[in-house]
Each structure stands twice: as structure tokens, then as C-alpha cells.
Design a protein around this ligand. Structure first.
Ligand code: CA
Length: 360
């Protein structure tokens, strides 16, 4: 494996659809310089060890990869386009990186989300053939979050919503947040439930071992968030909600049999007040309401498994630029054992249909 950074060794796949499909990368990150300045002012004393771990690293490390990430997140222009060309990516679906505005006080969070959405919409308007975007919101102000989802869809031309998992340790299965789901379902706006570092109440043993971030902690935290939505009945209340999760579903597809079995047994036994009967099995919600992307998981056996257990319409390509940036990863997915028509679905058509992207 070529692990040089940034990728240089082998000629990259071409953009332009010559292989029979466009490559649409669906979990690609950016941040405004304003928000990064705010985060860097918080890393010293903000009461969230996961945030301090993540942004203490990306904000201050002098190593090559975090410096590339910090610089590239703030670019919505030529540098990003050149990186896409070099890796063979035709279009990015871009969203505000973790933890977004969700660590800020509500008023500042609302203002910074609006600023980020305006900037992203401007960039998408400058490069309509290459960039699409998702709307960032401040979940801790659900009514204004709902209004921003509407503004993002109807006035800014954005294609869904990004929520960077928990908001100051709170999870969206709490009914106080449900204005957000109401708006997303009514507007048919998919919600990308992107990882955050585990909250203070969860992070101890993960952080102690250096496992709090993308290596494992993200999946534990965000997979748990999605399960809370499922077992908490949110998807009975909002049956047409579309949830997108990265990293091949944060491990939940692999866990589907056990989720179904233990959920049914636990509900039957009446063990927990919060775990009431719901209409479907957990695996049925995963097949009905959830789409997964391959961000950070360019591994054929796992991708093929997810296609098998969720269905080929439910698995979408993503790169996770600039955190994950290797042309080899595109090539490995070009080499999946699929027909050209199946690859078109995987790389292009699923994303176009789910996010309502401009067709070709
Ligand atoms: Ca990501």
C-alpha cells in the first residue's frame, strides 16, 4: 500500500464519467475560519475532553496530516477542486465539520451556522458542477434549527442537513429536539448524522487509551446516537425521515442480528422504562430510514456486506476529505466486484436520488 501523503504515486482515476459513472463523494468537510478561531479559543478550558482532544490536535499539531486538514477545511475553491481532480472525484457533498456549532452557546451557534451555510451556498453557486452542500444547524435551539433547514433547502439550494451527533452531551431522541425532525421530514431533507467525539459522560476509558477519535470512539458514540433514535421510537413518529451515517453505518449493519434479538428480548422482559415497544425491528428501521456511506471505509468485504444486508440502494460512496485523502481509496472502490451499472448506483445515482442533486 502506498501511504505517502498527500497521494502522489500512481495516476489517479479520471473525473468526467469516462468509467461509466461520476464519483460523488458524500461526506466531505469544511469549516469557516471564524468557527475555527472560536474553537481554538476554547481548546484550553472548554468542559468537554473529547472536544479538547480533537481540536487540540487538529488545531495545534505541527505534523503533516493535521496541518493539511486544518488548511484544507477552510478552502472552498481552487485547492479543493485540484484535490478532487487529483483523486478522481467529480462532485463533493460538503458539510460543516465536527463538532460544528454544537459546542457553542445557542445564540452564537445559530449565527455561526447561518454564516457557514451562506459561505457554503456561495461556493456551491460558484461551482455548481462540482460542489453541493448540506445545511448546518444549532440543535440546541430546535425552532431556529427548523427554520434554518427550511432556509437551507428553499433559499440557499442546499441538499440536506448535517448534525455532528450529540449537542453538549444531549441526544436527538429527546422530544425537545423534534422540531428538527418535523422540518427535515416535511422538506424531505436527509439528515447526515456525523460523528462527534464521545461526550464527557462516555469518553473516559476511550480517551485513556487513545481510542476516542476516528479509530473507534466516533463509531461508538454515533452508532449509539442512531440506536437511540431507533429504540426511542423517533422513527415511528417520523417514518419518512432519512438518516445518513458514514463509516458504513458506524458498525450497526454488522450488529443487526444481535440488535433484533436482544431488542425483542429486552422489550418483552420490560427491563427498561425507556425501551418501549416500537413498530419494527431495529434492522427494519436500518433498511427503511438509513443510508450509509463509505467514508473512511474503503474496504471491499465490508462494503459488499453492507450492500448485501442493507440493499444496494442504501450504500453510497464517500471519501471524508480532507481527513481521508488517498487516490488509492478511490481506486479500491473502482475495483469493487460490481458491474458498471452497479458502480453507477454506488458512486453516483444513490447520492443524486437521496440528496436530490442535479442530474447529469
Ligand atoms: Ca467526516
Amino acid at each position: 500500500m502506498d501511504d505517502t501523503f498527500p497521494p502522489t504515486a500512481v495516476p489517479a482515476p479520471r473525473t468526467g464519467g469516462g468509467a461509466g459513472y461520476l464519483r460523488i463523494a458524500t461526506e466531505e468537510a469544511f469549516a469557516t475560519p471564524e468557527l475555527i478561531r472560536i474553537w481554538l479559543g476554547m481548546v484550553g478550558d472548554y468542559d468537554d475532553p473529547g472536544f479538547r482532544s480533537l481540536w487540540g490536535f487538529y488545531g495545534t499539531s505541527t505534523a503533516e496530516r493535521p496541518r493539511f486538514v486544518l488548511e484544507s477545511l477552510q478552502d472552498l475553491g481552487e485547492k479543493r477542486l485540484a484535490a478532487m481532480d487529483a483523486a478522481g472525484v467529480d462532485r463533493q457533498v460538503i458539510s460543516l465539520t465536527s463538532p460544528g456549532v454544537q459546542v457553542l452557546d445557542a445564540d452564537l451557534a445559530v449565527a455561526q451556522a447561518a454564516l457557514a451555510n451562506d459561505r457554503l451556498a456561495e461556493a456551491c453557486a460558484r461551482h455548481p458542477g462540482r460542489f453541493s452542500g448540506l445545511t448546518a444547524v444549532a440543535p440546541h435551539d430546535p425552532k431556529r434549527a427548523a427554520a434554518e433547514i427550511e432556509r437551507g433547502k428553499n433559499r440557499l439550494g442546499l441538499h440536506g442537513v448535517i448534525i455532528n451527533s450529540h449537542t453538549r452531551g444531549e441526544y436527538l431522541d429527546d422530544p425537545k429536539f423534534w422540531d428538527i425532525f418535523e422540518a427535515a421530514q416535511a422538506l424531505d431533507a436527509p439528515i447526515y448524522l456525523h460523528p462527534n467525539t464521545p461526550p464527557k459522560s462516555m469518553i473516559g476509558p476511550l480517551l485513556e487509551a487513545g481510542l476516542d477519535g476516528a479509530i473507534w470512539g466516533f463509531a461508538v458514540e454515533t452508532g449509539t446516537h442512531l440506536l437511540r433514535l431507533i429504540t426511542g421510537g423517533v422513527l415511528d413518529r417520523f417514518p419518512r425521515l432519512k438518516i445518513v451515517v458514514g463509516h458504513l453505518g458506524e458498525a450497526l449493519p454488522f450488529w443487526m442480528y444481535r440488535l433484533d434479538y436482544m431488542h425483542a428480548a429486552t422489550v418483552r422482559a420490560g427491563r427498561y422504562e425507556r425501551m418501549k415497544p416500537v413498530e419494527l425491528k431495529p434492522s427494519e428501521y436500518l433498511r427503511r430510514n438509513v443510508w450509509v456511506t463509505t467514508s473512511g471505509m474503503p474496504w471491499a468485504p465490508a462494503i459488499m456486506f453492507c450492500r448485501e444486508v442493507l440493499g444496494p440502494d442504501r450504500v453510497l460512496y464517500a471519501m471524508d476529505y480532507p481527513y481521508e485523502y488517498l487516490a488509492d481509496e478511490v481506486r479500491w472502490q473502482d475495483d469493487l466486484p460490481l458491474t458498471v451499472a452497479e458502480k453507477k448506483r454506488f458512486f453516483q445515482a444513490n447520492a443524486e436520488e437521496l440528496f436530490g442533486l442535479p442530474g447529469t
